[in-house]
Design a protein around this ligand. Structure first.
Ligand code: SAM
Ligand code: SF4
Ligand code: F3S
Length: 446
C-alpha cells in the first residue's frame, strides 16, 4: 500500500528545514507527501513553543485531525518540534490520539518509531538531545529540497539563556555542524537548483567548528559558499548581537553574494531591560555593530525582533525602544508582547498591565509599519534585482524577492524562475512590491 504523510509546520525557519528533512527520512521507508489531510495514513505536526498558547494550539489541531478521521482509518499521529520536547510524556497522557512524540534533536529516529508503532501499536516518545547523531544520520541522506531559495541548518540550540526564552530548553545546548557536512549539503542544494541558501541557527553567528588543525567560523562558511558558481545569494539567520564579531563584519567587504540585510534582534532599546532579559549586550554595543556595518556598506539595512511589555518595562524604557527604531530605521521587524514561558526565569515575574502592553505594541507596530510602507513607496518606479522563486497560485504572476527579502509580484515568463531579473516597481503596499519585467530582460530570459 502506498503510504502518505501529511506534514504541518508551525514556528520558525528551522522547523521548516526540519520538516523537509523529516520528509527526506520517511521517504526511505516508502512515504509520499500529501497536502490533503484525509489522504494521509501518517499525520505529523511540527510544533513551536515560543509564545502564546502554543500547547493549546497543538491540542486544538489534533482535535481537528480527530474529527476529520472520525469515520476513516486512524492515521499514525506524530507530534514533533519544540512543544513535543517541552511536554514529552504529558502529551501522550493528555491526548491518547497521539501515537509518537519526537523532539527536534531526535527526529532521525522517526523511521524506527513509525515501524515499531506499526507493529506493536505502543506509544513512543523520543526526546533526548542527540544532536550529533542526528546530523550524522542526516549527512547520509540527501537533502532533496529543490527550492530556488533553500534553508540549511548549520547550528542548533542555545547556551545564552535569555530569561524570556524557551529555546535552550527545547533545542538543547549550542552545537555547530561539521564544516564539511555543511559544504556537502550546500552542494546538493545547488545541484538540485538552489540559487539562494539561507544558513540557519538559533544562534547562527555563534557557529564555530574545530577540527584537528583549524577553527571554522560563520565567516569562513560564508566565504566558502561565495565561491560556489551555482549560488547567486547567501543569507544567514538568526544572529545574536554579541556574536557579530569582526571577522563576520569583514565578510561584507569581501563577499559579492552575501545580501545587504542583517536580521539582528535587539528586543528592547533600554539597557535596563536588556540586563533584566539577560541579553548580554548593551544598546551602545548594538549600535557599534550597526555603525561598523554601515561604514563598510551604507546600503546595508537592518531588521529586528522586539519584545514589548517585558516585566518592569516602564514608559522611559519604551521611549528608548522607539528612539532606537528612529535611529536604525529597521526596514522590517517582528514585535510581540512578552509571553511567559513555563520553566524560564521570567515566567514568574510580575507582568506589565496587559492594556498598557497592548497600547505600546500598537504604537511600536504603527511606527515599524509606517517605516516599511515609506520604504516600499520610495522604491516605486525603481528597477530592482529580483531572484524569482516561483509562480503565484493564480498561475499568471511570478513571485520573487529583492536583495532585502521584500516580496515582489510581477508579470513575467516562467523562464524567469531561478534567475535574477530586473523588475520595474510600479506600486507597493506594506509588505509587497508590484511591478513588471524590464523590457530588455523579457528578450534575454524568454
Ligand atoms: N536567537 C534569536 C535571538 O537571540 O534574538 C531569537 C530566537 S527566537 C526563536 C525569535 C524571537 O521570538 C525572539 O527574538 C523574540 O523576540 C521572540 N520571543 C522569544 N521568546 C519570547 C517570549 N517569551 N515572549 C515574546 N516573544 C518571544
Ligand atoms: Fe532564545 Fe535567542 Fe536568547 Fe538563545 S539567544 S535564549 S534563542 S532569544
Ligand atoms: Fe519555535 Fe522552536 Fe523555532 S520554539 S521559534 S520552533 S526553535
Amino acid at each position: 500500500m502506498l503510504k502518505k504523510i501529511f506534514i504541518k509546520t508551525f514556528g520558525c525557519q528551522m522547523n521548516e528545514y526540519d520538516s523537509n528533512r523529516i520528509f527526506d527520512i520517511v521517504k526511505e521507508i516508502g512515504f509520499e507527501k500529501t497536502d490533503k489531510y484525509e489522504d494521509a495514513n501518517c499525520y505529523l505536526l511540527n510544533t513551536c513553543h515560543i509564545r502564546d498558547k502554543a500547547k493549546e494550539k497543538v491540542y486544538h489541531e489534533i482535535g481537528r485531525v480527530k474529527k476529520i478521521f472520525r469515520s476513516k482509518e486512524k492515521p499514525i499521529v506524530i507530534v514533533a518540534g519544540c512543544v513535543a520536547q517541552a511536554e514529552n510524556q504529558e502529551m501522550l497522557k493528555r491526548e491518547p490520539y497521539i501515537d509518537i512524540v519526537i523532539g527536534p534533536q531526535s527526529y532521525h529516529k522517526i523511521n524506527e518509531a513509525i515501524l515499531k508503532h506499526s507493529k506493536d501499536k505502543k506509544k513512543k516518545e523520543e526526546t533526548e538531545f542527540d544532536t550529533i547523531s542526528k546530523f550524522n544520520y542526516l549527512n547520509k541522506i540527501k537533502n532533496k529540497d529543490s527550492k530556488v531559495s533553500s534553508f540549511l541548518t548549520i547550528q542548533e540550540g542555545c547556551d545564552k539563556f535569555c530569561h524570556f526564552c524557551v529555546v535552550p530548553y527545547t533545542r538543547g545546548p549550542e552545537y555547530s555542524r561539521p564544516f564539511q557536512q555543511i559544504i556537502n549539503e550546500a552542494k546538493e542544494l545547488g545541484e538540485a537548483g538552489a540559487k539562494e541558501i539561507i544558513l540557519l541557527g538559533q544562534n547562527v553567528n555563534a557557529y564555530t567548528f574545530k577540527d584537528e588543525n583549524t577553527e571554522f567560523r560563520l565567516a569562513d562558511l560564508l566565504l566558502e559558499l561565495d565561491g560556489f558558481d551555482q549560488l547567486e545569494r547567501i543569507r544567514y539567520t538568526t544572529s545574536h548581537p554579541k556574536d557579530m564579531t569582526k571577522d563576520l563584519i569583514n565578510v561584507y567587504k569581501k563577499s559579492s553574494k552575501l545580501m545587504p540585510l542583517v536580521h539582528l534582534p535587539v528586543q528592547s532599546g533600554s539597557n535596563k531591560i536588556l540586563k533584566l532579559m539577560n541579553r548580554k549586550h548593551t544598546i551602545e554595543e548594538y549600535l557599534e555593530v550597526y555603525e561598523n556595518l554601515k561604514s563598510i556598506n551604507p546600503k546595508i539595512e537592518f531588521s529586528s525582533d522586539f519584545i514589548i511589555g517585558y516585566p518592569e518595562e516602564d514608559e522611559e524604557d519604551f521611549k528608548k525602544t522607539m528612539e532606537l527604531i528612529d535611529k536604525v530605521g529597521f526596514i522590517n521587524s517582528y514585535s510581540f508582547i512578552f509571553s511567559p514561558r513555563p520553566g524560564t526565569v521570567a515566567a514568574e515575574l510580575q507582568l506589565v498591565d496587559s492594556k498598557k502592553s497592548k497600547e505600546r505594541l500598537e504604537i511600536i507596530q504603527k511606527k515599524l509599519f509606517e517605516n516599511q510602507i515609506e520604504k516600499n513607496k520610495s522604491l516605486e518606479s525603481k528597477i530592482l534585482n529580483v531572484l524569482v522563486e516561483n509562480r503565484m497560485k493564480d498561475g499568471v504572476k511570478l513571485f520573487g524577492r529583492t536583495e532585502y527579502m521584500t516580496p515582489v509580484i510581477f508579470d513575467g515568463h516562467i523562464d524567469c524562475i531561478g534567475k535574477i531579473v530586473q523588475v520595474q516597481i510600479t506600486s507597493s503596499n506594506q509588505n509587497t512590491l508590484f511591478g513588471k519585467l524590464k523590457e530588455s530582460f523579457k528578450k534575454k530570459v524568454a
